[in-house]
Design a protein. Structure first.
Ligand code: SF4
Length: 475
């Protein structure tokens, strides 16, 4: 149960089949992506160039009430987005899709990721008297596209020109009056894939969406690729492909759903492998192995298979958390009490190995060890299915500062004492790429190694732009 918050999730559908209800399909797709963001969600529908949208705070049923969805009608295309808070302040203007009017009509955009040259681009646009409604990356991209459209002949040329100015990690889905466009960053840090639902093309952050909709996975968008979907089908532009690739390894550890296949590797399989490697690297005698729901479960199964120690449930997750989980007025201890319980019947009097995906601040791990001890565990051995998380990630929605990362200044032994476990073991950094060894891409592992694949010196969001916007998740 990582303390790093989820990514955002993006989705787009271009209807080729009259019977498809695109609002319903987008709503279902966002449910499948809910794990990537619970702060808010939005849907935009394009009916002949007229874009209607609705976005709201909370989990899907709360954020997108039925009566508002009915108002969206039906159309040719739709975009959907689930949001976790980026470095941006959380107000309604920062929810997506972002819908704007410009010289060529309406445009809708949504994004997963973070720009590493946000300040530079925003300063540049401010010099040109740009007026911003939000402090998000998406609005910067919208401005760049609108400006590029002045002297380019098509929306795809304008998007390509705008993307040439971006640095960072991003997966974009854009809807113009007649086309849907998907773009993946040059290094492939953030995932994006293409599927089909009958004759209709769909684009999504994760392949699990296509299974949820009853559709088919076609392929991943290549790093640097732009795909354009229109009445004539799907067109691929690879001007920006080539060069080093760095898919986020934390997608396999935590961000993605286990039933997703990411650039050729099943997330569930990667997590099971991490568990097997952990069992070899940090063996210990115990009565059973359990996983911290959700992301520790597959790794616990892997650990159990490799060690031949039986797997059993040790922790139960409350599935009905809803918006309380996202209410920042509550402290994290309070939220953890809502979220997890130990299964006393299994745990009492036992030596327990508990597997989690990662440790960031350490408070969740401390709480878990405490829960297991209170439920009667004789010994608690914590194993972490990733290496020590020592460096902030500037390429996702959540940049936990270095001073808050427990591994930035504590050894594994010190962390073990802090969380109160009998023993603690992390997956080694060297073995981490092994978990997804069939992947076609190279990896980013900067949160574990400090080796960022690109310059991140322009990334802090505690800046002059975000301070002007009131943070109020209750709006
Ligand atoms: S720093 Fe870590 S979480 Fe961020 S993109 Fe790289 S691997 Fe992913």
């Amino acid at each position: 149960m990582s303390e790093l918050h989820d990514e955002c999730g993006v989705f787009g559908i271009f209807k080729s089949d009259k019977s498809t209800d695109i609002v319903e399909e987008t709503y279902l797709a966002l449910y499948a992506l809910q794990h990537r963001g619970q702060i808010g969600a939005g849907i935009a529908v394009n009916d002949g160039g007229n874009i209607k949208y609705y976005k709201g705070f909370g989990m899907i049923p709360e954020a997108l009430p039925e009566k508002e969805l009915l108002r969206l009608g039906n159309g040719k295309m739709a975009l959907g987005h689930v949001k976790y808070s980026s470095g941006e302040a959380v107000d309604h203007e920062n929810l997506a899709p972002l819908v704007m009017r410009y010289m060529k009509g309406q445009l809708a955009l949504c994004m997963n990721g973070a720009l590493t040259n946000y300040h530079m681009l925003r300063d540049e646009l401010n010099q040109g008297a740009a007026i911003f409604q939000s402090n998000g990356d998406t609005e910067i991209i919208a401005y760049l596209i609108a400006r590029a459209r002045i002297d380019t002949g098509s929306i795809e040329d304008a998007v390509d020109k705008a993307v040439g100015k971006l640095r960072g990690a991003y997966a974009l889905v854009i809807m113009s009056p007649e086309k849907m466009i998907g773009v993946r960053d040059k290094m492939g840090i953030r995932p994006l894939c293409i599927g089909k639902l009958g004759e209709s093309y769909v684009i999504a952050s994760e392949s699990c969406v296509f299974d949820s909709l009853g559709g088919d996975f076609i392929r991943d968008v290549e790093p640097g690729e732009m795909v354009v979907i229109d009445e004539n089908g799907l067109h691929s532009y690879k001007n920006r492909c080539g060069g080093e690739t760095h898919l986020c390894l934390f997608e396999y550890v935590y961000f993605s759903r286990p039933d997703t296949v990411l650039d050729g590797v099943s997330v569930a399989k990667a997590r099971q492998r991490a568990g097997r490697l952990l069992a070899r690297q940090h063996p210990v005698d115990a009565d059973f192995v359990c996983g911290v729901p959700d992301c520790g479960i597959e790794s616990a199964i892997g650990y159990s298979i490799e060690s031949d120690i039986r797997y059993a449930t040790g922790l139960i997750k409350n599935m009905y958390i809803g918006r309380a989980f996202n209410n920042r007025k509550r402290n994290s201890e309070y939220l953890m009490r809502i979220k997890l319980n130990a299964l006393k019947h299994n745990v009492d009097g036992k030596r327990v190995i508990v597997i989690d995906d990662s440790i960031l601040k350490g408070r969740t791990s401390k709480h878990i060890v405490d829960l297991l001890r209170k439920a009667g565990a004789k010994e608690v051995h914590m194993r972490i299915a990733s290496p020590m998380f020592r460096n902030p990630c500037y390429l996702t929605s959540d940049t936990t500062p270095k001073e808050d990362l427990i591994a930035s200044d504590m050894s594994a032994e010190e962390i073990c004492r802090y969380i109160g476990a009998d023993t603690l073991g992390f997956l080694s950094v060297e073995s981490l790429p092994e978990i997804a060894k069939e992947c076609r891409l190279g990896f980013c592992d900067a949160c574990f190694t400090g080796n960022y694949p690109l310059d991140v010196s322009d990334t802090s969001r505690t800046d002059k732009y975000s301070q002007k916007i009131q943070i109020d998740p209750e709006v």
